[in-house]
Ligand binder design. Structure first.
Ligand code: GAL
Length: 653
């Protein structure tokens, strides 16, 4: 059953409201309450003087009302006194400017001092509440990476980077070779000569950058693990999570989550729309619904990050405060997003936040209650969800999809380190492919390159730039087809061009070599002929040598007839950046090749399955008549699906 929760900030409202708030939460159907992630300075106002009393009281009030508490470690916002005594814990930006106190996330992951402070405060919280009967789960810190805080160019980071490099390379010769320092006379004679890759005259060696990204990611994992260890020991039996962000890739989420019990993420589709690369016209079209596939992609990704266990820890409740523009979602959207989350495998949706705050940075941010305590729109949508969930069977879990789509953090960093074309973004390519699949009504698992491949019919690799021989070996032994996008396998572990030329180890599966790559401006349209139809493509084009079957060709005055899509029985390779109609049609054709059924959906409709249930969502402003062929029982909604509507059915045959 979909469980509901809320983020609650008792330290930001009068104590007189706590009992009433807890009762109202229970009446509304809320089960989980996440608290205290920014509570450090309220608990320890001055060094070593602890005021636990208010937090003790809040937890008792919530628990006695029947609510389960998600307690947090408060390390995302160290207090002023701590920063003043230890200014070297602060992060430093790319220009070398120290980021100051006055907001949050003002710490550098490489500060050993801050790691010790974090461990010490986490231990205090864990000892105090680890065995509290009302505290059933823990969130560590809050949104690693928010406000661009993974990379820090501090002296602490530089010291730690040198140690990390020593561990990775052992010898200077190995580092010099990996970074290609014979180029531009960049040789190093000692590890201590290496600096961080900022404020350079020209771009650094991409391997220098990639290693800095890898190192920064590892620092976050080490930091997180220290708190996991403390909680495991002092909060036995409690589930541990971290709340990740949508589309964030500055650290390896798979690695960070290895020892977490579940993944959670914070879903803000309106801000994501405003931050997206869409045209103004497209944004306007989805202004009040957001992009249908943006939350879905993240649910599918974090389901994998959480090894099947995923929550939404913060669900957008109305307009937010932090994007360039903060429009309101359509009425009904929060309900739709909540059911969408459940359909994609999310077990708990927590709304951010209980009450709109009257002061400070987020006073424009909507909540379940208005600042005066009256219900806002989402309150009524939650009431509706609570009624609707009674209509669904309880024990439905998401099943493995037939389609896997690989999301590889390291390849993401390679792309950032060496983009080669200003709008070549592996993040956008991946979302586009996911979306092209979703428009065909098929379920997709977003998976890591290390995932088990059994059970998949086809795996899509939109952007796995980093060559991966182990992955190729596993594909060879599995009964699975593969579809590779441009640049796949084009860089070795050290970010060199592979000896056998791209696609590197994937050449064991297909006779193909990429002999030239070019990035192209958006106005330079290339004509691609596929299944006798002509399409326009831009952005990236490769020339390949192959003896395999050519499925699409380039047409025009440059290398006319060159291969744009190549394939054999096991694997297909696209040498052109796929987008728009070409992407949609190639994906359709590829699903047929993999024997996977699909349906071309109305542009506002999305469909996905959880267990025996099929969920249909209408992201549009008009009702849509659904054409469902198999016999089914509707659990709620209708076949004429209303605007911003949800329909749930169980197929009978
Ligand atoms: C999240 C953050 C919350 C709150 C929210 C506002 O990124 O975790 O603390 O700031 O955004 O939308």
């Amino acid at each position: 059953m979909l469980e509901l929760g809320v983020c609650y900030y008792p330290e930001q409202c009068s104590r007189d409201l706590w009992v009433e708030d807890a009762q109202r939460m229970v009446e509304l159907g809320i089960k989980w309450v996440r608290i205290a992630e920014f509570s450090w300075s309220e608990v320890e106002k001055t060094p070593n003087v602890f005021n636990w009393q208010w937090l003790d009281e809040v937890i008792d009030i919530l628990g006695e009302a029947g609510l389960d508490v998600v307690m947090s470690t408060p390390t995302a916002a160290p207090p002023k006194w701590l920063v003043d005594f230890n200014p070297d814990i602060l992060p430093v930006d790319e220009n070398g400017v120290t980021r100051k106190f006055g907001a949050r996330r003002h710490y550098c992951f490489s500060s050993e001092k801050y790691l010790e402070f974090s461990k010490s405060i986490a231990l205090k919280y864990a000892k105090r509440y680890g065995q509290n009967k009302y505290v059933k789960a823990w969130q560590i810190d809050n949104e690693y990476g928010d406000h661009d805080t993974i990379l820090s160019y501090s002296e602490n980071a530089e010291r730690a980077f040198r140690i990390w490099l020593k561990k990775r390379y052992h010898t200077l010769d190995a580092l010099n070779e990996a970074w290609g320092t014979s180029f531009w006379s960049m040789n190093y004679n000692q590890f201590d000569e290496v600096e961080l890759p900022n404020n350079l005259v020209e771009e650094p060696s991409p391997t220098h950058l990639l290693d800095f990204y890898r190192f920064s990611s590892d620092q976050v994992c080490v930091y997180n693990q220290a708190q996991i260890d403390i909680l495991r020991e002092n909060a036995p039996g409690r589930k541990i999570t971290h709340n990740f962000m949508g589309h964030h890739s500055a650290f390896d989420h798979y690695k960070l989550a290895e020892n977490l019990d579940f993944a959670s993420w914070d879903s803000y589709p309106m801000g994501a729309l405003i931050h997206s690369n869409l045209s103004d016209e497209e944004k306007n079209k989805r202004l009040r619904t957001g992009l249908p596939d943006q939350p879905a992609f993240n649910h599918d990704l974090y389901r994998h990050v959480g090894k099947g266990n995923v929550w939404v820890m913060e669900q957008q409740p109305g307009p937010v405060n932090w994007a360039e523009y903060n429009q309101s979602p359509a009425d009904g959207m929060i309900r739709l997003w909540s059911w969408l989350a459940y359909a994609h495998g999310v077990d708990v949706v927590c709304y951010f936040r209980w009450r709109q705050v009257k002061f400070a940075q987020e006073q424009f941010h909507a909540a379940i209650l208005l600042p005066n305590g009256q219900p806002d729109q989402v309150f009524y949508e939650i009431q509706q969800i609570v009624e609707e969930r009674k209509l669904l069977p309880k024990d439905q879990s998401r099943r493995q999809a037939k389609i896997g789509l690989v999301y590889d953090y390291q390849s993401r960093w390679c792309n950032e380190a060496l983009p080669q074309g200003q709008d070549y973004s592996s993040a956008i390519i991946t979302s586009d492919w996911y979306s092209a699949l979703s428009k065909l009504g098929v379920d997709v698992d977003v998976i890591s390159p290390d995932a088990e491949l059994d059970g998949y019919e086809i795996i899509f690799l939109p952007d796995m730039m980093l060559d991966n021989d182990k992955f190729v070996k596993r594909v060879q032994n599995a009964d699975v087809k593969l579809f590779l996008g441009t640049r796949v396998g084009s860089k070795t572990e050290n970010m060199h061009i592979p000896d056998q030329l791209p696609p590197g180890s994937f050449g064991q599966l297909i006779d193909l070599k990429v002999i030239r790559v070019e990035s192209l401006p958006p106005y330079a349209k290339q004509i691609v002929v596929f299944n006798e139809k002509e399409y326009e493509a831009s952005g990236w084009r490769e020339s390949v040598k192959t003896s395999e079957k050519i499925l699409a060709t380039y047409k025009g005055d440059y290398r006319n007839g060159g291969a744009a899509l190549v394939g054999n029985e096991k694997i297909r390779y696209s040498s052109v950046k796929l987008e728009g109609n070409l992407l949609n049609d190639v994906i359709k054709d590829t699903l047929s090749w993999a024997n996977i059924d699909y349906t071309k959906l109305h542009e506002d409709i999305r469909v996905t399955n959880r267990g025996d249930l099929t969920f249909t969502f209408n992201f549009g402003n008009e009702a849509v008549a659904l054409d469902i062929l198999n016999e089914h029982e509707i659990l709620f909604g209708s076949n004429e699906i209303e605007p911003i509507g949800v329909m749930v059915r169980r197929n009978i045959s």
